[in-house]
Design a protein around this ligand. Structure first.
Ligand code: SF4
Length: 290
């Protein structure tokens, strides 16, 4: 594709690490963020433009989150947006106009939306579109294809099919586990799924794609939210097997947008490192992002 001049909605200022607005370039499905966790520019694909998720995490940063699934995805529009945006990143002036020099690096294309990406019926087709776009811009193998998921739909063949393609892209999955007891899962993630099911889905994910666990740790009413369930969490990680790539531990860098947000607070780096040490003692790699 030819270099573009100004096909995207422009803002005067650079994108910052706090700017996670899904419409910062005026598209429906595609958006850029500067990702602390990924260390550069992440091209996000939002398959949940209606802010609907099958979970309701108490710390969720999606504004006006509702319970549910996404509307039908206009795959032709997704393809157009992704090609237009990547063209501007690779051949145009997006990086110089919008991104500070020290993070002017494309790190991934990530399915990470305002809800659970795999709940879209079109998820496997969307993965195909992303793979074709990576090939078109000669990015395959240089830029990871990532899926940020709550893992709740891993039992479904169509979800497994999409994740298998991500795994061989090459790509990886960040699988959300914030707690490992039924009670804490219900309280933190707003879902009635069981810890046993979470463990089984994690195993399944690890079997079909490189998988990291991502865990949000935070204070609720001044007390560590995972609390009594932390030992069960460590046991779940220990039982996940040696093929688990590691754990991304993060806290509430951005303001939660749900009703209980005033009860929640960030864990400081010292507390996070104490938790990370316990995970490392299992032989796992841990990346800490306060
Ligand atoms: S799974 Fe993600 S999008 Fe869904 S409620 Fe939890 S944090 Fe929000």
């Amino acid at each position: 594709m030819k270099p573009t001049t100004h096909p995207l909605k422009r803002h005067a200022q650079s994108l910052g690490v706090q700017d996670h607005s899904r419409d910062s370039v005026g598209m429906t499905y595609v958006y850029p963020v500067i990702s602390r966790r990924a260390g550069g520019v992440s091209v996000g694909i939002n398959l949940n433009p209606n802010n609907a998720c099958n979970w309701q995490c108490m710390y969720c940063q999606v504004p006006n989150l509702v319970r549910g699934g996404p509307p039908p995805i206009a795959l032709d529009q997704l393809e157009r947006e992704l090609n237009t945006f990547l063209n501007d990143v690779v051949h145009g002036d997006f990086m110089t106009q919008r991104v500070d020099a020290d993070v002017r690096r494309l790190v991934d294309v990530a399915f990470s939306g305002n809800g659970e990406p795999t709940s879209a019926m079109e998820f496997p087709a969307a993965v195909e579109i992303a793979l074709a776009a990576l090939d078109r811009f000669n990015l395959r193998g240089k830029v990871l294809l990532r899926l940020i998921t709550n893992g709740s739909l891993l039992d479904r063949p169509r979800v497994q099919s999409g994740i298998t393609k991500i795994g061989s892209a090459p790509g990886e999955v960040w699988f959300k586990i914030d707690a490992a007891s039924d009670k804490e899962i219900a309280a933190i993630n707003g879902t009635r799924t069981s810890a046993e099911r979470v463990a089984r889905r994690l195993q399944r994910c690890i079997a079909i794609a490189p998988t990291w666990v991502q865990t949000c740790v935070f204070l609720r009413d001044g007390v560590f939210a995972a609390g009594e369930g932390w030992d069960a969490y460590l046991l779940m990680l220990a039982n996940a097997g040696g093929d688990l790539r590691g754990v991304h531990l993060y806290s509430l860098a951005r303001t939660p947008m749900q009703n209980e947000s005033s009860r929640l607070a960030q864990l400081d780096i010292v507390q996070m490192e104490m938790l990370a040490t316990q995970i490392r003692q299992l032989g796992l790699t841990v990346v800490v992002s306060p």
